[in-house]
Design a protein around this ligand. Sequence first.
Ligand code: AMP
Length: 283
Amino acid sequence: MEILKTKSLMQEWARAKKKNSKTISFVPTMGYLHQGHISLLEKGKPLCDELVLSIFVNPSQFGPNEDLDAYPTDMENDLRLAEAAGVTAVFLPQKQDIYPQDYQTRISLDSLPHHLCGKCRPVHFGGVATVVTKLFNIVMPDVAIFGKKDYQQFQIIRRMTLDLDFDIEILGGEIVREPDGLAMSSRNAYLTADQRESALSLSRSVRKAAQAVARGEKNPGVIQTEITAFIQSFPQTSIDYISFCDPATLEPVKIIDKQILVALAVRVGKTRLIDNLLIDPPR
Ligand code: AMP
């Protein structure tokens, strides 16, 4: 496994692979790897000759009061897991290499970033779209894999890839959960034992929403009221949003008569967690 610490080394490596007609799968991350990340690597591994993992805590996707400086890291463990997953190159760029002092370009999309998490994180998706564009140009992948845990991010990257004519296939990986249902996240490391209990309110809420739809409930407002009260019954929770929306446009729906996405963000103590589920109404 090669460890490449600058963008010119990464580009050189990718160019050499392309010259030898090798294909590249790519999984971008912010590190502190868990089984969710590993599942994306496992998905990418058989698809191409090479498997690239990037680890970069991207400052441009964090707002001023977010957890950029506190973001967890364990490089030794990450490299061990990457090697075990069959990664052939790890890209570990420095911030100054990605955003030199005179840097001034940012990617923006018209509507997708303004729903769901975009409402409370106004700079987030511009930062994500920008860094992913740069990573695509540096790593030159044929396939890139993103987790559906960050469903809005996945849709934004798909849209951006189409809109900007990147010749890259974007694949989504299913959400990997702890045995009790909590969606795996690097940020789960921030939770105290009590908060870990309250964090279960997210996965249980999306399951409750699915059960209500299966019972025939078509009114998102009714389900929203039910799961709002449910989440509020857990200590230290504060709801950022609960949305019932169209899975492609992320526009809120008024009636559940086709597949919907239920997505939510909840602060548990100071930690902001997200979860989502695609739900089909009964036939
Ligand atoms: P992050 O390191 O949080 O930026 O995540 C890197 C990639 O891993 C993103 O595409 C995430 O959507 C994906 N990911 C994070 N958690 C999970 C999970 N529990 N299941 C599946 N994919 C995940």
